[in-house]
Ligand binder design. Structure first.
Ligand code: SF4
Length: 496
C-alpha cells in the first residue's frame, strides 16, 4: 500500500504539438499532493520530473517521511511540467533506497512509473519476464516489473509503429494487464509523450483524476485519494474505472481507453482504516462510512452497560462518536496519540510494531480509572495492538474493558497490498470471539459483519477477500497463494 501522485501542466485549450504554456513547478504540486497521502506509507518517498525544454529527467528519493525527503532546493531542481511522486509502504521488495519509487527506464522513449498495490504473481511474472524477454531487474520491487513489461511491449511496437503514440501505449498496457495479477494503481510519464495512469481490472486500489484551469494553463493531477486533489483547490474529474488507462498529452489532449476492465472490487479496508477520513472514494465519503459502521456496531453490543465509549485514536474516533450517540453513553478520549510515532500496523516487522504500540498512546488516567470502558478500534489483525491497549487501560485502573471493532473478523491474508500476514498469524483465523477476547485480555469483543460493511460503504462493489477468502483475481496459479505472504517475501528476495 502506498500513495501516488502524477502531475502535468498543459495549455487550457488543446494546442498544436510544440506550443508551450507558462508552467509553475509540477514537482511542487506533486509534493503538496503527496503530503496529503503520507498516511498511506511512511517507509520512504520519491519524485521524478521531466523537463521538455532540456529533455531531461530529474529525480530524488529518500527513506523516511515526505517532509524530510524533499528540501526546497530539491523541488527547484526537479524541473519541468510533468512530475510523479510516491510515498512507500513496503510489502514486497527490500527496505533500501533502490526499492523506492518512481522507477525510471531509458528505453524506449524514457519512461517513469510508480504504483500503489501489489502484484500477487510477482515471482512467476518476474521469472517469466527474465527468461522470456531477457530483462534483468535492478530492484526487487513490483513497480519495476510493471515498468519493464510496459517498456518491453512499447519497444516491440516501436519496431513497426515508430514514435510514441496513444495506440502504442494502449496495446502495450493491454499486454501488461494480461500478464499482471493483483492490484495496481499506476501513474507514469513518457518523455515528450505525456502523463499516464492505469487502474487494475478490478480497481482494487483507489486512483482519481483532478483538474484546475487557471487562465491559459490547466493542471491535471492523478492521486490516490480525493483529499490530495481537493487540498490543492482542484475539482475531482473522476475515479478511474477498473481497467481504465488515461494519457494526457503535453498539448492537453486527454485520451482514455479500457485495457481490460472487469467487475469492480474496491478494497473495503480503504473505508475501514486506510484512507483519510476526509477522502471520498468511488463517490462514497470515508468519514460517513465510518460513522455508519459505528451505528451498526452499536446494534451488536448487548448484555452490558458502560460508563464511557473510548476510541483508539485516530481511526477509531469517528465510529466511536457515532456508537456513543447511538447507545447514549458518554464519549471520552482516554488515550491520546503521540504524533511523533508512526502508525503501528503499517510498520513491517513485529518488533517494530510492538515498540510503536508502547510508545504511541498516552493514557488520561482520570478518564480510565474505575470505569467500565467500551473501547472502539477499526480492526484486529494480529491482535498485538489490541492486547497492549487493553493492558494499558487495565494498568491505569479500568474496571472492565470491552473491545468493539468496526471491521468484521479478518480471517484470510491479503495479496493486494495490505500487510496482513500468513493466515496462521491472523488472530481471528484461529480463535473464536470468546477466545479472542481472552487472548487480548478484554471482557468481550464485538464485531460488525460483512453486510454492515456493504451497507456502510453503500454502493461500490467491494473486495472482501480477507473476510471471506473469496478474492477478485484467480490466485490459484500464484506462488504467493500457496506460500502465503510471509514466505512469498522471503522467496521474492532470494530470486529477484
Ligand atoms: S483482501 Fe482485504 S485488505 Fe486486501 S484488498 Fe481485499 S478487502 Fe482489501
Amino acid at each position: 500500500m502506498c500513495g501516488v501522485a502524477g502531475v502535468i501542466q498543459v495549455p487550457s485549450k488543446a494546442s498544436l504539438p510544440g506550443n508551450k504554456v507558462q508552467t509553475s513547478s509540477a514537482s511542487l504540486v506533486a509534493y503538496q499532493a503527496l503530503l496529503m497521502l503520507q498516511h498511506r506509507g511512511q517507509d520512504g518517498a520519491g519524485m521524478v520530473s521531466y523537463d521538455q525544454e532540456c529533455g531531461r529527467f530529474f529525480d530524488k528519493k529518500k527513506l523516511g517521511l515526505i517532509a524530510q525527503a524533499f528540501e526546497r532546493e530539491d523541488l527547484e531542481r526537479l524541473k519541468g511540467d510533468m512530475a510523479l511522486a510516491h510515498t512507500r509502504y513496503a510489502t514486497v521488495g527490500g527496505d533500501g533506497i533502490q526499492d523506492l519509487q518512481p522507477m525510471l527506464a531509458g528505453m524506449p522513449f524514457g519512461v517513469a512509473l510508480a504504483h500503489n498495490g501489489n502484484l500477487a504473481n510477482m515471482i512467476e511474472l518476474a521469472e517469466e519476464v527474465q527468461s522470456k524477454y531477457k530483462i534483468k531487474f535492478l530492484t526487487r520491487n513490483d513497480a519495476e516489473v510493471l515498468l519493464q513489461l510496459f517498456c518491453y511491449f512499447m519497444g516491440r511496437e516501436r519496431g513497426t509503429n515508430g514514435n510514441f503514440n496513444f495506440e502504442m501505449a494502449v496495446s502495450s498496457m493491454k499486454e501488461v494487464v494480461a500478464h499482471a495479477n493483483g492490484s495496481y494503481s499506476v501513474v507514469g510519464m513518457v518523455a515528450d509523450g505525456g502523463l499516464f495512469a492505469l487502474r487494475d481490472p478490478h480497481g482494487i486500489r483507489p486512483l482519481l483524476l483532478g483538474r484546475k484551469v487557471e487562465g491559459e494553463r490547466t493542471t491535471y493531477l492523478f492521486a490516490s485519494e480525493s483529499s490530495a486533489i481537493q487540498f490543492l483547490g482542484m475539482e475531482v474529474v473522476k475515479n478511474l474505472a477498473p481497467g481504465e488507462f488515461i494519457l494526457i498529452t503535453p498539448e492537453g489532449q486527454v485520451l482514455t481507453a479500457d485495457v481490460g476492465g472487469k467487475e469492480a472490487a474496491h478494497c473495503m479496508f480503504e473505508w475501514v482504516y486506510f484512507a483519510g477520513a476526509e477522502s471520498v472514494l468511488e463517490g462514497q465519503c470515508v468519514y460517513s462510512a465510518r460513522l455508519e459502521l459505528g451505528r451498526r456496531l452499536a446494534k451488536k453490543i448487548s448484555g452490558r452497560t458502560f460508563d464511557v465509549v473510548m476510541p483508539v485514536p485516530d481511526t477509531g474516533r469517528t465510529a466511536a462518536g457515532a456508537l456513543a450517540e447511538a447507545l447514549k453513553i458518554p464519549y471520552r478520549e482516554g488515550l491520546l496519540k503521540n504524533r511523533y510515532v508512526q502508525r503501528s500496523f503499517i510498520l513491517n516487522g513485529q518488533s517494530k510494531r510492538e515498540l510503536a504500540v508502547s510508545l504511541k498512546l498516552i493514557p488520561i488516567v482520570s478518564e480510565i480509572k474505575g470505569k467500565d470502558i467500551l473501547l472502539v478500534d477499526d480492526s484486529i489483525v494480529r491482535g498485538t495492538t489490541s492486547k497492549k491497549i487493553v493492558n494499558l487501560l487495565r494498568m491505569h485502573g479500568a474496571k472492565s474493558v470491552c473491545l468493539a471493532l468496526t471491521c468484521p473478523p479478518i480471517k484470510h491474508p491479503c495479496f493486494y497490498g495490505i500487510d496482513f500476514p500468513v493466515q496462521g498469524e491472523l488472530l481471528m483465523a484461529n480463535l473464536s470471539q470468546r477466545e479472542a477476547a481472552d487472548w487480548v485480555g478484554a471482557d468481550e469483543v464485538f464485531f460488525t459483519d460483512t453486510n454492515d460493511i456493504e451497507a456502510a460503504v453503500n454502493g461500490p462493489k467491494l473486495c472482501k477477500g480477507c473476510l471471506t477468502g473469496e478474492y477478485p483475481t484467480d490466485l490459484k496459479k500464484c506462488h504467493s497463494f500457496a506460500l502465503e505472504r510471509g514466505k512469498v517475501r522471503e522467496k521474492a528476495e532470494k530470486k529477484i
